[in-house]
Design a binder for this molecule. Structure first.
Ligand code: AVJ
Ligand code: FE
Length: 434
């Protein structure tokens, strides 16, 4: 799409908003009203909260902020402010019931599409390149991933299904060398990049070696079989304390059946597939595995250089494969498949250094804490990123099978507590060149 042509940009925005709403619809129409209002885990909101929160954020940013309209239902704002009520409390709030929540989100959307037709897409920072519209499409898709996590935590019969991802696996070297040198991290030019991806800045890295693919279930089970969960040598002090307190012996959703490990995935119990990337591990488990393997987690800069730097042109690109938006041949994104693809797939998504599956499949834990880049400016609200900066959050990169293309790129940064495991998290490892 030609983003410099306002009508083409309007069409692109409308398409992204519609795609997000279709996803929201399939996640919320798959269950009945009781399931929509139930608390499936104290870690998550009821699905009906996400639904109305999606509509409320859209109303706040697009109808009120951009469009200058009056609030539609000012009394509901505090219910859907994520900072007012922790997730565990949300089921007890006087939330809009499913029918009203759907109608509210639908009414907001109708007015937004009218606004989009009438609105200039330049002349104010929120409007330039349609930023506020892009931010809201990304926001809805982020909650669609959150709702998929709620589905994964939900007990009972399977209600979601999707075809498996491509089974192709290529024989690949275990790791690749990324030669020393500077690269540009972050962006000033990606039109819908969020504040924490900015500004672009040069980072100089020494030589390092990075896993060609995410760590597989097969490799992770060697760590388990070697007593990895029972040996404090591999764990940080905090990680070991958490492992003991939580009684961890395997990734979340795994269970033992005689000699075999099974995992539960969207209501279906099946043998753990050795070839898939390990999923539902905390940062502490990823860090312990890496130490056991004589390796370490990559830094964010190491991850991003492998994903974006093109040594032929000495330029950072949007994705490992170049600047074109993700297609189904490049990466496992967008909930097209409800599981990661086996490691060693997606040849068309390979980076110039030969690294695979950086985008899609599983979120990848990186070594460091979440912080702002040099020159960071909170925009358009401090509560998107800035209030989460600090040592309590670790950064994840690359997106999972649950992430929509609009909310995924080489610069995108996600974050969570190092104990989190219900998220679609895996990892790959790195090492210094001796
Ligand atoms: C960027 C995924 C950490 O879900 O908490 C949604 C995204 N921000 N609504 C989250 C977000 C506000 C955020 N993460
Ligand atoms: Fe939100």
């Amino acid at each position: 799409a030609d983003r410099t042509d306002p009508n083409a940009l309007r069409e692109l925005i409308a398409g992204e908003l519609t795609a997000a709403r279709e996803r929201t619809g399939s996640l919320t129409d798959a269950v009945d009203d009781r399931d929509l209002t139930a608390q499936h885990s104290p870690l998550m909101s009821p699905l009906v909260w996400d639904l109305a929160h999606i509509g409320n954020q859209e109303e706040l940013w697009l109808l009120r902020n951009v469009g200058g309209r009056d609030p539609m239902h000012p009394e509901i704002d505090p219910l859907y402010d994520a900072f007012e009520h922790p997730r565990a409390e949300r089921p007890r709030l006087p939330l809009l019931p499913p029918k009203e929540a759907r109608r509210y989100a639908h009414d907001v959307r109708g007015r937004v599409l009218d606004l989009l037709e009438a609105s200039p897409l330049e002349g104010a920072p929120l409007l330039d390149a349609g930023f506020a519209f892009g931010m809201i499409a990304q926001h809805e898709q982020q909650h669609d991933e959150t709702m998929l996590i709620t589905h994964q935590l939900r007990k009972g019969e399977a209600v979601l299904a999707a075809p498996p991802p491509p089974a192709r696996v290529d024989p690949l070297p275990a790791e690749v060398l990324i030669p020393a040198g500077p690269f540009t991290m972050g962006t000033d030019t990606e039109p819908w990049a969020l504040d924490n991806e900015r500004p672009a800045h040069v980072v100089e890295l020494p030589d390092y070696l990075l896993d060609t693919t995410p760590v597989s279930n097969g490799a992770y089970q060697r760590f388990m079989a070697d007593g990895g969960y029972f040996d404090p040598r591999w764990w940080t002090a905090e990680g070991w304390a958490y492992r003991m307190e939580a009684g961890l012996t395997a990734p979340l959703f795994w269970s033992r059946d005689g000699g075999q490990w099974l995992r539960r995935r969207f209501g279906v119990l099946e043998p753990v597939p050795d070839a898939e990337p390990v999923l539902h591990v905390s940062w502490y488990e990823a860090d312990a595995y890496a130490r056991w393997a004589g390796r370490r987690l990559p830094t964010e800069a190491e991850w991003e250089k492998a994903a974006r730097h093109d040594p032929a042109t000495d330029r950072s690109r949007r994705y490992p494969w170049g600047d074109e938006p993700p297609g189904p041949e490049h990466a496992n994104l967008g909930q097209r498949h409800l599981q990661p693809a086996p490691v060693g797939g997606y040849p068309a998504g390979e980076s110039p250094y030969g690294v695979r599956q950086l985008i899609g499949d599983v979120w990848e834990w990186t070594a460091g804490d979440f912080h702002g880049y040099p020159g960071f400016r909170a925009w358009p609200y401090r509560e998107y990123s800035e209030v989460f900066f600090g040592p309590e959050h670790k950064v994840l990169r690359g997106g999972s099978f649950a992430v929509a293309p609009v909310a995924c790129r080489g610069t995108f940064r996600n974050w969570d507590y190092p104990v989190r495991r219900q998220i679609f998290s895996g990892f790959r490892t790195a090492r210094d060149v001796a």
